[in-house]
Design a binder for this molecule. Structure first.
Ligand SMILES: C[S@@+](CC[C@H](N)C(=O)[O-])C[C@H]1O[C@@H](n2cnc3c(N)ncnc32)[C@H](O)[C@@H]1O
Length: 201
């Protein structure tokens, strides 16, 4: 899967990136959303799980976590760190091989790697994989894109409309600052969208 330029970068720098991801806590990252997390034990899908920081947090809070991660070095870290988690080699937008239903689907700092057409496809897959009362937590990167970097600046309003078309309605929008000084200096922030199945459909 390393023909994707973003995945090639992650694969080549997995250890350095993992240290950066682990410099922030999941408690801090999910501030503003914790009351929307389903009670344990819920099936949780952590897409683009990276170092496994959030996988570990959900597993330690009594959930049954599946980590979907296309980069082998990250999958190995997650498997070592969270032996009870299920670790799957798959990627957005198709999430091939995933057939379960999840009460919480976490997509943390991944969406900006997808082009608009893939975001539309991916939202359809997320809707299919969600239980009737489940939630999607989607973190959108806002801020400048370095020239040539394989990522997109995201407009929350556009993603909300895209989600609605896929049958997912907005439960909450939470604008969060950068996680660390480096990204703050680069003008990067995050908008979380909490989404649920559109019951009017
Ligand atoms: C910025 S890291 C975020 C890692 C973790 N979610 C966190 O918040 O610390 C992006 C992660 O998404 C993964 N990723 C990139 N493109 C992906 C795709 N198309 N589908 C699934 N995961 C992807 C990368 O391998 C990496 O683990």
């Amino acid at each position: 899967m390393t023909e994707d330029p973003a995945l090639a970068i992650y694969a080549a720098n997995a250890d350095t990136m993992a240290r950066r991801y682990d410099s922030v806590t999941t408690d801090r990252i999910l501030t503003g959303l914790t009351d929307l997390i389903p009670p344990p034990p819920a099936p949780v899908l952590d897409i683009g799980a990276g170092s496994g920081r959030d996988t570990a947090w959900f597993q330690s809070h009594g959930h049954a976590v599946t980590a979907a991660e296309p980069v082998a070095a990250f999958r190995e870290m997650i498997a070592r760190r969270v032996p009870a988690a299920t670790v799957v080699n798959t990627a957005l937008p198709d999430l091939a091989g995933l057939t379960g239903r999840y009460g919480l689907i976490l997509v943390n700092a991944v969406w900006h790697h997808l082009d608009p057409a893939d975001r539309t496809l991916a939202l359809g897959r997320l809707a299919d994989l969600l239980t009737q009362d489940g939630r999607v937590f989607l973190a959108l990167r806002r801020g400048p894109v370095p020239p040539g970097a394989p990522l997109h600046d995201l407009d929350p309003e556009t993603e909300i409309v895209r989600a609605k078309a896929a049958g997912l309605q907005l439960l909450r929008r939470h604008d969060a600052p950068a996680h660390d000084a480096e990204t703050a200096a680069a003008g990067i922030g995050w908008t979380w969208l909490a989404l649920g199945k559109d019951t009017a459909r």
